[in-house]
Structure formats: C-alpha cells, structure tokens
Design a protein around this ligand. Structure first.
Ligand SMILES: [Zn+2]
Length: 119
C-alpha cells in the first residue's frame, strides 16, 4: 500500500504550503503511467487521509499523462499508456524512458470562505 504513504506525503506538503489544515475543495494532481501509482488506490487513500487530517473531503482530480519512450533497437520514439507496452514498430522492450514517471500536486483549491488572505 505505498499509495497510503503517498497520500500522507500529499497532505503533509499541502499542509505545509497552506500553513495548516484547511478544508479543501479540489486537489489537482498529475500521475505518469510509469510512476507505479494506482490512481484509484491513491484516490481511496487520499480521501481517507484528507478527512482524517482535517482537510475535509476534497475532490481529487487526477490527470494521467502518457509515457514517452525511445526504442533502443530501432530508435522509434513512442508513447505508451501503460508499462507493459513495447515498441509499436518492432515490438522491442529495450527502451529508454523519456517521461512518464511524474507524480505532482499541481494545485489546490481551498473551500470558499476559509482562506485567511481573502477578507
Ligand atoms: Zn523499436
């Protein structure tokens, strides 16, 4: 269950940025297909952790990116939506990962009326 520790990392980072716990409306994140993170599992964990730690019940919006790889056999650059997809032109699995391992918290929307900076 490494999604659980990721969810805890997320609330820790969000809490740090916001300077404390505050009910959140929406949390936008990006997950690459090669990050090894299960979006559904993370969604489940984050919902539980957020509630437990005083962030309310925010909507988690997940953007799933495509992975970019380069085939080391035929030099073809291709995109993959999941890990177990070889080169579409030669079928090779020997490749270099260009992108697709990302996991980022892009933005957070705070529940209206709870932002101390807006009066
Ligand atoms: Zn190839």
């Amino acid at each position: 269950m490494h999604e659980l520790s990721l969810a805890k990392d997320m609330t820790r980072i969000i809490g740090k940025v916001l300077g404390g716990c505050r009910p959140l409306d929406t949390v936008n994140i990006t997950i690459g297909p090669l990050s090894g993170i299960s979006p559904e599992s993370l969604r489940f964990c984050f919902t539980e952790v957020a509630k437990m730690e005083g962030f309310g019940e925010p909507r988690l919006v997940i953007t799933e990116t495509e992975a970019k790889l380069i085939c080391l056999d035929c030099n073809n650059e291709y995109k993959a939506k999941e890990f177990y997809q070889g080169c579409p032109s030669c079928g090779s699995f020997s490749r270099r990962i260009l992108s697709g391992r990302e996991f980022t918290v892009d933005s957070v929307e705070i529940m209206e009326g709870t932002d101390p900076y807006v009066r």
